[in-house]
Ligand binder design. Sequence first.
Ligand code: GSH
Length: 164
Amino acid sequence: MQFIPVLEVLSEEPRFPYLAESMAIIEWAEETHPSPPLLPVDPWERARVRQLAELINAGTQPLQNLRVQKYHSADETEQTKWNRHWSEHGLSAYEQLVQDTAGKFSFENQISLADLFLIPQCYNALRREIPIAKKFPTIHRIYMAALETEACKASAPERFQPSS
Ligand SMILES: N[C@@H](CCC(=O)N[C@@H](CS)C(=O)NCC(=O)O)C(=O)O
């Protein structure tokens, strides 16, 4: 697919070391490092968290790939309009659904799988000047809380920009 992210996992075993697709990467990380957990214990609550994650992963983010935007239109203004439209569509659904489960984060007070997909989507929305604080107050509160975590600080995209 020629997408990022790609995870390289070095191992003693002779095997192909690369893994793409963020859901596959996160699930592998969860299964190999289960603590702290990214999913609740109760099956219904787990499904609710996965629903939020997929709403972004399958329903919102794919429409914002560079190649999709460019295929839609060569005009940058039109690309931005397209991006804003689908971003707001997804975030609006998330904002409604998350009312049932949110605490400090999307599911109660611990970072979950849902937050891992929500945070980059917020980052993208702000780049497109979508006023998430005004339009999606619960999402914005979750985003602000997430930015304070050490994990979020360590994985901030700014840390990975090439220097030249
Ligand atoms: N389904 C993939 C999507 C990954 C993806 O969209 N990556 C973007 C950056 S966030 C990309 O590589 N875009 C390049 C392009 O659109 O050509 C995943 O979840 O990992």
